[in-house]
Design a protein around this ligand. Structure first.
Ligand code: BG6
Length: 484
């Protein structure tokens, strides 16, 4: 028997992501049954009221698969318990409710912290104090912690300490929804289930790596959070660095949580730390022009909505290969991609045959989203010419190759957490290593030693300065809006 307890039950994450993901898993018959799903938050309501609210939101967010009949069967698993994270009595009541729903049978419990971040530590403490964190045979107690996990290294360490007071590291599942994306996982498959890529996946053949996560969306109602977070905390410390680990880690010996996470930590720890001077030379920040007009944004806000950072991984595989990370809001299109730029051929036989042609090295483009797929860019002969050449593409697209919709990443991650597979969740040392990389950049950006973030127009490819900055390294961004 399983129980999934969602703290922050009346929040957006629960209605937009968690419940639709659980409903999809239910329809696919993948949920481990019997299962109780218990929502916990301050709003006072009974089971039926919560089911009613969720039925409306799930209709909206679960897509065309929603039917009243299947919803009724799913809703029978759903319960609600009003309570306050600051109140010990609410946790005692939660304990009794769980006992009743589980008929006092041993059950695996998964506590999901979908609350505002300031409640992560207190919720874990209360669970511990109420005796709800202690495991026994056949009764695991796992806790899922949403992002952001801290706002810097110091706060992340404090949060780790406070959760560790009652939960062992093996019970803790720090979620990064990018790790549940099919195409992020496919990076591992591409690299480690094929023999043709890995031999060239190193400094001998690769010139540079570019990891981009651009979004069209603006900040909207999220100013109170975003003003204190900014692009580095919101996208770099977690999603971009996680993608970087998959793209650059050494092959793990086995596909299990320890082996994979050991390799991820190693690569994060190999990233060369940046001094203040190096941050100034190796990063660019921008702000979309209308950002300061968003409700809740300070008039002179220095918060970056665009960032680009150049990093180096000091190990045998990657020494001196620049890895460029960039992300922005208000960009011309939504695209998350990994671009592996290979070196130029050592000697060009055909340069003189195609006047004005600017040769490029081969390129492997891993399109994470949307238009999930892979492209290989290579040179080919233009037919019916005298050895003139041009860039050509080989295309692989998931939608054309597999039937069905790409599942939302929360489906995979919820199922893994329910089943106790932590491979796609971040370990404490991993989160802390990521903060060690981002902290100096954030500190330098906040210190006022750099020029203000450059404005860029929404719908553009970020600040102009970012292009010039790339040119100073003899590089240029590979910009492509995917064809969906
Ligand atoms: C979240 C960030 O973690 O990821 C958001 O807080 C961002 O700012 C979102 O928009 C992007 O996720 P996805 O899955 O839409 O690429």
């Amino acid at each position: 028997m399983h129980s999934l307890i969602i703290f922050g039950a009346s929040g957006d994450l629960t209605s937009r992501k968690l419940i639709p993901a659980l409903y999809h898993l239910f329809l696919k018959k993948r949920l481990p049954l019997p299962l109780n799903i218990i929502g916990f938050s301050r709003t006072v309501m009974d089971d039926d009221e919560w089911r009613g609210k969720l039925s409306e939101t799930t209709k909206e967010f679960a897509g065309s698969v929603f039917t009243e009949d299947s919803w009724a069967s799913f809703a029978a698993l759903v319960h609600y318990q009003a309570g306050d994270i600051g109140d010990a009595a609410s946790f005692a009541a939660l304990g009794s409710r769980l006992e009743a729903l589980e008929n006092s049978n041993p059950a695996d419990r998964l506590y999901y912290l979908a609350t505002a971040p300031q409640f992560y530590g207190p919720a874990a403490e209360q669970l511990g104090e109420a005796g709800l964190a202690a495991e026994s045979p056949g009764a695991s107690r796992r806790i899922v912690v949403e992002k952001p996990f801290g706002t810097d290294l110091d706060s992340a360490q404090k949060l780790n300490d406070s959760i560790h007071r009652h939960f062992d590291e093996s019970q803790i599942y720090r979620i990064d929804h990018y790790l549940g994306k099919e195409t992020v996982n496919n990076v591992l498959v591409l690299r480690f289930a094929n023999a043709i890529f890995e031999p060239i996946w190193n400094r001998n053949y690769i010139d540079n790596i570019q990891i981009t996560a651009n979004e069209e969306v603006l900040i909207g109602r999220r100013a109170p959070y975003y003003e204190t977070a900014g692009i580095l905390r919101d996208m770099f410390q977690n999603h971009l660095l996680q993608i970087l680990t998959f793209a650059t880690m050494e092959p793990p010996a086995r596909f299990d949580a320890k082996a994979i996470r050991d390799e991820k930590v190693k690569v994060l720890q190999s990233i060369r730390p940046l001094s203040e001077e190096e941050v100034i030379a190796n990063s660019v920040r921008g702000q979309y022009r209308s950002y300061r007009d968003e409700p809740g944004v300070a008039k002179g806000s220095q918060t970056a909505t665009y960032g680009a950072v150049r990093l180096f991984i000091d190990n045998w595989r990657w020494k001196d290969v620049p890895v460029f990370l960039r992300s922005g809001k208000g960009m011309s299109c939504r695209t998350t991609q990994i671009v592996i730029n290979f070196r130029q051929p050592p000697h060009s036989l055909f340069a003189g045959k195609t006047p004005g042609f600017d040769p490029e090295g081969n390129r492997l483009l891993l399109q994470i989203q949307p238009a999930e797929g892979i492209q290989i860019h290579f040179m080919s002969k233009i037919p019916d010419t005298d050895m003139k050449i041009r860039n050509s593409e080989l295309n692989f697209n998931f939608k054309n190759s597999f039937r069905g919709e790409m599942p939302d990443s929360y489906e995979r991650l919820l199922l893994d957490a329910l089943e106790g597979d932590a491979s796609l969740f971040a370990r404490n040392d991993e989160v802390e290593a990521a903060w060690r990389i981002i902290d100096p950049v954030q500190k330098t950006w906040d210190s006022g030693v750099m020029q203000d973030p450059e404005f860029y127009e929404t719908g553009a490819m970020g600040p102009v300065q970012s292009e010039r900055w790339m040119e100073t390294f003899g590089q240029r961004w590979f910009d492509l809006c995917p064809m969906v």
